[in-house]
Design a protein around this ligand. Structure first.
Ligand SMILES: C[S@@+](CC[C@H](N)C(=O)[O-])C[C@H]1O[C@@H](n2cnc3c(N)ncnc32)[C@H](O)[C@@H]1O
Length: 266
């Protein structure tokens, strides 16, 4: 996707702001990707993470995955995110888990990673690659910061055809739908950056569950807000319901899905 510089910066800022909001946490919970920590564990196993390895979590959000990987696999994890607020939350999470010696978080942009060449053994990027305005540059940055033989594990929303117009608003962005690509396009972007694709694993069921949970949370939130006669600025419950219902249909038809992709830097 070709985007002018100000438009690209605006997209990143909007995406980060969206995930800082209480609204995102209300609808998505602690882990901001379909499949939650269970799918993160699957990614960790596919990447064969081990104690002593250095892992980069690109777009680490609230740090739930980074902390989980360090705890589960004993590896050292660095998380970077575009949102200062989320980096702060992630640092607190690592402290509270007693894992600050293994996990640290920094402010950064996936398209300009603040690390020297070859500094990591593995890299993960969960439900975020699809939101990056310049995916080509981001994939190149993944390759640059990994050592030779290093591995990347992506988990993202996949799209195999055109989406209905209602799937381009706020809720569609929250669940990473609007900018999703077919899985072979993600693979091609990584190959262009020099990676060899090892494994592609579809998981449409996790997106289905996420959208079902979002619809349930929306109903609950709407009820509470109606009873208390409150309004959330910028949130139209009726529109959100339409978007969620359309997303559910599109997943059922097979146009939207979710998947893991693993690749190695030869
Ligand atoms: C859907 S959330 C996923 C967060 C985390 N990976 C997870 O699975 O819980 C998307 C994240 O991407 C971050 N983000 C968006 N654009 C970014 C960029 N250009 N560089 C780094 N992080 C970015 C947002 O701030 C947000 O935390």
């Amino acid at each position: 996707m070709i985007t002018s510089a100000p438009a690209a910066a605006e997209i990143k800022t909007c995406c980060a702001a969206l995930y800082e909001s209480d609204w995102a946490r209300l609808l998505l919970g602690e882990s901001f990707h379909p499949g939650g920590l269970e799918l993160t564990e699957r990614l960790g196993k596919l990447l064969d993470l081990r104690p002593g390895q250095r892992v980069l979590d690109v777009a680490s959000g609230t740090g739930a995955s980074a902390v989980y990987l360090a705890e589960k696999f004993g590896c050292e994890v660095v998380g970077i995110d575009y949102s200062e607020e989320l980096v702060g939350q992630a640092r607190r999470r690592a402290q509270e888990a007693g894992l600050a010696h293994l996990v640290r978080f920094e402010l950064g942009d996936s398209e300009k990673l603040p690390f020297p060449d070859g500094s990591f053994d593995a890299l993960i990027c969960e439900c975020s690659f699809c939101t990056f305005p310049d995916k080509h540059t981001a994939a190149g940055e993944f390759a640059r910061v990994l050592r030779a033989g290093g591995r990347v594990g992506l988990s993202d929303v996949t799209r195999s055809g055109p989406l209905p117009p209602e799937l381009s608003g706020l809720l569609a962005q929250i669940v990473c739908i609007s900018e999703a690509l077919p899985s072979d396009r993600y693979a091609a972007l990584l190959e262009e950056a020099g990676f060899r694709i090892d494994h592609i694993e579809p998981h449409p069921e996790v997106l289905e569950t996420t959208v079902r949970n979002v619809r349930a949370s929306l109903l609950g939130a709407e009820l509470i807000f109606k009873v208390k006669k409150l309004e959330i600025p910028g949130v139209d419950f009726e529109e959100a319901r339409i978007v969620a219902a359309s997303a559910a249909r599109t997943i059922e038809e097979g146009t939207l899905g979710y998947g893991l992709l693993m690749a190695t830097l030869p």
